[in-house]
Design a protein around this ligand. Structure first.
Ligand SMILES: NC(=O)c1ccc[n+]([C@@H]2O[C@H](COP(=O)([O-])OP(=O)(O)OC[C@H]3O[C@@H](n4cnc5c(N)ncnc54)[C@H](OP(=O)(O)O)[C@@H]3O)[C@@H](O)[C@H]2O)c1
Length: 335
């Protein structure tokens, strides 16, 4: 069936440098087994949360990625060959597949969505009409229970999930504050995305800035990073505030267990809650988020910027940019 270029997991990393953890391999594409499909990958999303799978811990939300396995990500592509009765060559699909130009997946084992090809830009299926939109939508509405007039704060606010979560809160009618690591990012979320305020966590005192900006306290915090920013929020959380714990960028590259928030007691003082959630819990409700977000897209109320890099050979460098804050919007590889 020809050859493919594929990123294989070679060695468990320690610390932030992932260069020696992976190897780019050139392999013959294996013959398909029963029920498998071969996908010609077109775009692969770079998802920071998969960093957890590179660790050896057994109590994570997915088992550790075995050494020698291909690195995985959510991708869109075209079915090239199929041994599954429900999938046909030519179909556009979204699936968890391999960092490669060709993925082999078994739809009996992983969810494969067949996508409508009648769309102006298929990248939306990785973004607003895909995992990013789903995570942001249910994190804000279901977990955060954001309501008009409330104060909403999001970290990694110029990244994929954070930029969409903030826009959804703004549409609902919240006062929306984003925390990010560069002035360029803050300018973008305020000028282009309509956030009320941006705070630079690298140069500003986040706790003080939040105190000034949120005199009544923070009703909803959409947390993408944990670490010191979570403490700065806890110091300012409103009575009955809700923290939607989506991710922990500040922890992923650390090898030791990280101590919990120092201001944990503020949950008691303010009768606040913190709720972790995973997008996969909401997969059955994807039509709900897709339908609402599509309406907002049609009304010009919501957008997602793509931070696109061409070439599968650049996947590892692009992935590591997430942890260095080099991306703006949704990081993807164009295969
Ligand atoms: N729960 C779920 O099901 C689910 C689903 C999707 C994503 N997530 C989580 O959502 C978060 C964002 O993921 P994404 O894929 O959308 O990536 P992203 O936000 O597009 O990129 C990550 C951003 O995190 C920021 N960052 C990196 N290290 C940081 C640190 N130590 N402290 C503060 N900010 C830091 C960087 O921006 P700055 O310049 O601002 O530092 C970077 O651009 C991740 O934690 C991910 O695991 C969770």
């Amino acid at each position: 069936m020809g050859d493919r270029t594929i990123w294989r997991f070679h060695k468990r990393p320690t610390g932030p440098n992932l260069n020696s953890a992976f190897e780019l391999a050139y392999e013959e594409i294996p013959a398909l087994s029963e029920a498998e499909i071969l996908i010609a990958n077109q775009y692969i999303g770079m998802d920071a949360g998969t960093r957890n799978w590179l660790k050896a811990r057994e109590d994570g939300f997915a088992p550790p990625l075995p050494l020698g396995a291909a690195m995985v990500g959510i991708l869109i592509g075209t079915v090239e060959a199929s041994e599954h009765p429900d999938y046909k060559p030519g179909q556009l699909v979204r699936a968890w597949g391999q960092w490669s130009n060709y993925s082999i997946v078994n739809p009996e084992e992983v969810t494969v969505h067949v996508l409508d090809q009648d769309i102006d830009d298929i990248r939306h299926y990785l973004g607003l009409l895909g995992p990013t939109g789903l995570t942001a939508y249910f994190g804000v509405t279901d977990i955060g229970r954001a309501k008009e007039g409330e104060t909403f704060v999001v970290s990694a606010a110029a990244g994929a999930t954070g930029s969409v979560a903030g826009q959804i809160a703004r549409i609902i009618g919240c006062k929306t504050i984003g925390i990010a690591g560069t002035q360029e990012k803050l300018d973008w979320i305020v000028s282009d995305l309509g956030f009320d305020l941006g705070i630079n966590y690298k140069t500003d005192n986040v706790e003080d800035q939040l105190r000034d900006a949120c005199p009544e306290g923070i009703d909803i915090y959409f947390d993408n990073v944990a670490g010191p920013i979570l403490d700065a929020v806890l110091a300012n959380i409103a009575i009955h505030g809700r923290i939607a714990l989506c991710g922990m960028m500040d922890n992923y590259n650390k090898d030791e267990l990280v101590p919990g928030p120092y201001k944990f007691d503020m949950l008691l003082m303010r009768r606040a809650t913190i709720t972790g959630f995973l997008s996969r819990d909401f997969f059955p409700r994807m039509e709900e988020s897709d339908t609402q977000i599509r309406k907002w897209m049609d009304q010009g109320l919501i957008t997602l910027r793509f931070d696109e890099t061409e070439g599968i050979e650049n996947a590892l460098t692009t992935y590591q940019r997430l942890f260095r804050g080099r991306n703006i919007g949704k990081s993807i590889i164009k295969v």
